[in-house]
Design a protein around this ligand. Structure first.
Ligand SMILES: C[S@@+](CC[C@H](N)C(=O)[O-])C[C@H]1O[C@@H](n2cnc3c(N)ncnc32)[C@H](O)[C@@H]1O
Length: 237
């Protein structure tokens, strides 16, 4: 029979083991604790944020923040915009073409990359009022010299460009995406990218989806599908 003293020692040792175990778990980052338990979801991840590397970048990020306080229309989210910048900078794009300027938010994201690659953005919109706001946003951000604004129907105006396109961003009227692809794919250089906004919401154009997933010359992924959704299509070399 264990004596009263033995029982007390065992209880104290048990309590100590419990306290040490709890202390050890306190050193595990909350994210690791959650990740052990199940598959990680987007909500488990730390918020990705673009931190300004220099004054020029800080000025552009400020302009984006200010633009977001105005009318948003269906402009890109921060996650979408960050992806535009990352891909533009990664492929060292010199010639970026955007259909659907709106008030210039996506253009500002492109400019974060273009000031480093030495490239240009040609951006098209049919709405002069939105373009006036975009022009002012580009001026505030100090990037007006990186961007050429074209006013008019992008189906008519964009095919007038003659330079090879490194990155084409489709973000004008959704029902026109398949026509834009037909009109501009020949201008995209081999190894160039076609990005298409709104592959999840609003409902994507089925003819465009068919075109980018059934052509052996193209290779497509769908990204950021927890938001508006982005199609990323490589024109194979
Ligand atoms: C969703 S907004 C673009 C958002 C912008 N890319 C951004 O993220 O900041 C779509 C724009 O396409 C423009 N648009 C619609 N049809 C067009 C056309 N046929 N040609 C040029 N622009 C057009 C609209 O005026 C609108 O400003």
């Amino acid at each position: 029979m264990p004596t009263q003293r033995t029982v007390t020692i065992i209880a104290i040792l048990g309590l100590l083991a419990f306290i040490l175990g709890q202390a050890a778990t306190l050193h595990v980052h909350p994210f690791e604790r959650r990740a052990e338990a199940r598959t990680v979801t987007v909500q488990d991840l730390p918020t990705a944020e673009t931190l300004p590397k220099d004054d020029g970048e800080a000025r552009i990020l400020d302009a984006i923040a200010q633009a977001r306080e105005g009318q948003r229309f269906a402009n890109v989210s921060d996650d979408d915009g960050r992806l535009l910048r990352q891909l533009t900078e990664a492929i060292n794009a010199q010639h970026v073409v955007e259909l659907g300027t709106s008030t210039g938010e996506s253009g500002l994201w492109f400019s974060l990359a273009l000031r480093k690659t030495g490239g240009r953005l040609h951006t098209f919109d049919i709405d002069p009022d939105r373009l006036a706001v975009a022009r002012e946003n580009f001026r505030k951000a100090g990037v007006a010299d990186l961007i050429t604004i074209h006013e008019g129907d992008a189906h008519v105006e964009a095919p007038k460009l003659t330079e090879p396109i490194d990155l084409l961003f489709l973000d004008a009227e959704k029902e026109g995406y398949d026509a834009y692809l037909r009109e501009l794919l020949p201008r995209v250089r081999p190894g160039g990218l076609i990005l298409a906004h709104n592959m999840r919401r609003p409902t994507p154009n089925p003819r465009y989806l068919e075109a980018i997933t059934s052509d052996p010359n193209l290779d497509t992924s769908f990204l950021l599908m927890d938001g508006a959704g982005m199609g990323l299509t490589l024109k194979k070399r």
